[in-house]
Design a protein around this ligand. Structure first.
Ligand code: ADQ
Length: 523
């Protein structure tokens, strides 16, 4: 395995969690535009227009040697080749670290760090972003908290991000501006007011809930107007996109807004295009891990540790949306029903520390650890290893890949998840390693739309989930291989480079060539 594991709290939602990965060489970029309304998009940004990326966090962190390195995550890996060939800038919070470099490591992309006060971090980031919008957008699976001071801090922080992006755009007037995620939903409109003709794109990395749930937000209209400052508003799935369009009609219909097909016509005559663009991983990079000697050694060590047992794996940020409790309860039922599995099956949960300064996350960690202890207390057989293993730490992508290659099945059981990249990483590494692993995948993930050959499950039905795990274990190797090959191919063709190319081309085209069909508002 590669270097030692490091704790690296996953702050954001854009898969920038875990530990840093090596910078890959320029990868193959597919020319595919995303589905939905991207009909007129071209293969690349189309020209060498600068790209100004705006995200909550900047994609750099201090490495073990004290130097700066890229944070992990699909977004930075994907954007890096684009940013390397286009002059550009990245606007984001510095996370409280000082002395950030002026450019991305090994690149000319300028880093434009934003320093936030302790009160802004508390109210904008931990409060409004992570305790109001995160639960609301995840179907209110935890109760969203509505606090006026948090909303004011969110407005203030979004102004700061927008100002910095506007300053960057003034220096690079033909730039494409690409804003990311639920932390910055007011930013498109704030930029639009200052830069009326710049192409602005927004991508939401999390779900958009049903209009009924969204309507609970006291500031539902302001957030929608904020997003509609963009030319393109994009989502992982059609379901989220249609929910968004319905929310627009419900909340803003009386203001003269109209939805036609997948476009939104604003009272001021502008048209906003919506797009469905499922994010993906750098499949080439993950496939290459499978053949790295260090990863193979790591896999060998894990296989030795679990020799003679079937290894079931879970790997998530420790988040209440990920269905970790339901997964543990389902494993418990499996062991209850099948006494022989208490020594022939092992379940290993890898959990990346996340947002442990938010109350619900601290409570979740305690609950997970109680369940692990209880299940092992019930089912460990004298003279045998425990059935449930639990690692609470960040791992390098190579270390994760070693676990992916060793695991006989991956259990991805979120109660709701915008996409979920872990399952895409697993099928890619398993396939590249010549494995025959099975994927148990929640139907409430964006990934389930693409990876339909998985053993799909409903994690709310814990007993049913335990039977789905049984079913996955019992699948014949040929059936598993066939499903794996189809899923790995889907991820390989629709990789993150294709996603970036499609999105930038669509934003650059400003949706102007997308015809607006004469259809009524969605109900
Ligand atoms: P996340 O909620 O963070 O992302 P996910 O897409 O699964 O969820 O990404 C998690 C990342 O963490 C993966 O790339 C994985 O490699 C990494 N990881 C998992 N376990 C780890 C460990 N122990 N150590 C280090 N790294 C680990 C949000 C949304 C998702 C959406 C992404 C991208 O919630 O729905 O897929 O953004 O848009």
């Amino acid at each position: 395995m590669t270097g030692p594991a490091r704790n690296s709290p996953a702050q954001g939602s854009t898969a920038q969690s875990g530990t840093a990965r090596r910078i890959p060489a320029q990868s193959n970029r597919s020319s595919q535009a995303q589905s939905g309304t991207a009909k007129s998009a071209r293969a690349t940004p189309g020209d060498d227009r600068p790209v100004i990326a705006v995200s909550n966090r900047l994609p750099v962190q201090r490495g073990e040697d004290g130097g700066w390195e890229l944070s992990p995550g699909g977004l930075v890996t994907a954007l890096r080749p684009v940013m390397a060939t286009h002059p550009g800038a990245w606007v984001g919070w510095d996370g409280g670290t000082k002395g950030m470099p002026a450019t991305l490591p090994d690149s000319t992309v300028r880093l434009l760090p934003i320093a936030l006060s302790a009160a802004q971090v508390r109210d904008y980031y931990r409060g409004f972003a992570n305790a109001t919008m995160w639960p609301l957008l995840h179907n209110a699976i935890e109760k969203p908290r509505f606090e006026r001071p948090w909303w004011h801090a969110y407005q203030e922080a979004n102004h700061i991000f927008a100002e910095r992006a506007v300053a960057a755009a003034e220096e690079q007037p033909d730039a494409i501006i690409w804003v990311h995620d639920y932390h910055l939903m007011l930013v498109p409109q704030l930029i639009r007011h200052r830069r009326p003709v710049e192409p602005i794109g927004f991508f939401l990395h999390v779900p958009w809930p049903s209009p009924d749930i969204y309507a609970r937000l006291p500031w539902r209209e302001q957030i929608l107007w904020g997003l509609l400052g963009a030319d393109v508003v994009a989502f992982h799935t059609d379901e989220y996109r249609l929910n968004f369009l319905r929310s627009c009609v419900r909340q803003l219909g009386d203001f003269g807004l109209e939805v036609r097909g997948s476009s939104v016509l604003l009272p001021d005559g502008r048209t906003v295009v919506t797009s469905t663009a499922p994010i993906s991983i750098d499949a080439g990079e993950f496939a290459s891990f499978a053949t790295e000697p260090e990863v193979k050694d790591g896999t060998g060590a894990i296989e030795e540790q679990f020799a003679g047992r079937l290894l079931l794996l879970g790997a998530d940020r420790l988040d209440y949306t990920k269905g970790i409790i339901e997964r543990l309860l389902a494993v418990e039922m499996l062991l209850e029903r099948n006494p022989e599995m208490r020594t022939s099956v092992a379940f290993l949960q890898l959990a990346v520390p996340s947002r442990d300064d938010v109350r619900e996350y601290r409570q979740l960690r305690g609950t997970v650890e109680q369940h692990v202890g209880r299940i092992n207390g019930r089912f460990t057989q004298p003279g045998s290893d425990v059935p449930v293993h639990y690692l609470y730490r960040g791992l390098s992508p190579q270390q994760l890949a070693a676990y992916y290659a060793a695991a006989d099945a991956l259990l991805v059981t979120p109660l709701i998840d915008g996409m979920n990249l872990v399952c895409k990483e697993y099928v890619t590494v398993q396939q590249a390693a010549g494995g025959s692993g099975a994927l148990v995948l929640s139907e409430f993930t964006g990934a389930a739309v693409e990876l339909s050959q998985a053993v799909l499950c409903n994690p709310f039905d814990v007993e049913g989930l335990s039977y789905r795990i049984d079913q996955a274990i019992a699948l014949k190797p040929e059936a598993r291989r066939k499903a794996l090959a189809a899923m790995a191919e889907q991820v390989r063709v629709h990789d993150v480079h294709a996603w970036v190319s499609g999105q930038l081309a669509l934003i650059a085209a400003r949706g102007a060539s997308v015809p607006v069909p004469p259809a009524g508002n969605p109900r």
